[in-house]
Design a protein around this ligand. Structure first.
Ligand SMILES: Cc1cc2nc3c(=O)[nH]c(=O)nc-3n(C[C@H](O)[C@H](O)[C@H](O)COP(=O)(O)O)c2cc1C
Length: 202
């Protein structure tokens, strides 16, 4: 096994519950890195495989895998950016649409997480939440590997004319573009919510 992580746990084997102060510390300091600050190196092919393997372990009601991953990097990313640039003038705010393409163009690696809810008895909302969880695990795992990461949607996640460029099928939706790389500058702490106002007990 070439992986630098432990080998996948065989089906039916116990998954031990272990404490991890490192994980708690990482979560306590986790911060998105601004996409435009992300530079090479990004994760290599093996690291990407590991990130996706970790992200695909999210809770998934009904085991439907209601999501898929698209890796966007190199010349195909440059080509996508140019095709989207051609569609920026027809967006409601053309200047902003053009400028925000930098968030896709600059980071060396992007993983598009696609939500693809199935027709099933599991509510669509729960399947979409699972896709959100995938995005979140990618962010956390990327930071644990020493990379910066940023979860972005932007206009081309929603613009109908961008759908064929992204290869989206009927019923699919972008859950997020997870931009990955090495931050040129560390992100600064942002305002955090007042938990007193958000936590109650029944
Ligand atoms: C679903 C989703 C979509 C987002 N889309 C954008 C976006 O299009 N543009 C943007 O600047 N930030 C977007 N964000 C916010 C950033 O990912 C990030 O959460 C925020 O800048 C800082 O949060 P953090 O450092 O606590 O992670 C999005 C967040 C989520 C959860």
């Amino acid at each position: 096994m070439s992986s630098f992580l432990s080998a996948p746990i065989p089906f039916g084997e116990p998954c031990p519950v272990v404490s991890s102060t490192d994980t708690l510390r990482l979560l306590a300091g986790r911060r998105s890195a601004s996409a435009q600050t992300l530079r090479a190196p990004g994760p290599d092919a093996e690291q990407l495989r590991e990130l996706i393997r970790l992200a695909a372990r999210v809770p998934d009601h009904g085991k439907l895998s209601p999501w898929r991953f698209v890796i966007i990097q190199g010349p195909s990313k440059a080509a996508l950016v140019e095709r989207l640039r051609a569609r920026a003038p027809s967006q409601p705010e053309p200047g902003k649409a053009e400028a925000t393409l930098a968030k896709l163009a600059i980071p060396p690696v992007t993983v598009m997480v696609v939500s693809r809810p199935a027709e099933a008895k599991i509510p669509r909302w729960e399947q979409e939440l699972s896709a959100g969880a995938v995005c979140m695990v990618l962010l956390v795992a990327a930071q644990a590997m020493g990379f910066g990461a940023n979860w972005i949607t932007d206009w081309y996640a929603y613009a109908p004319e961008a759908r064929p460029l992204l290869g989206l099928q009927e019923g699919e939706q972008v859950a997020g573009f997870i931009h990955l790389g090495t931050p040129a500058e560390p992100p600064l702490e942002r305002v955090r919510p007042d938990l007193e106002a958000l936590v109650t007990a029944l």
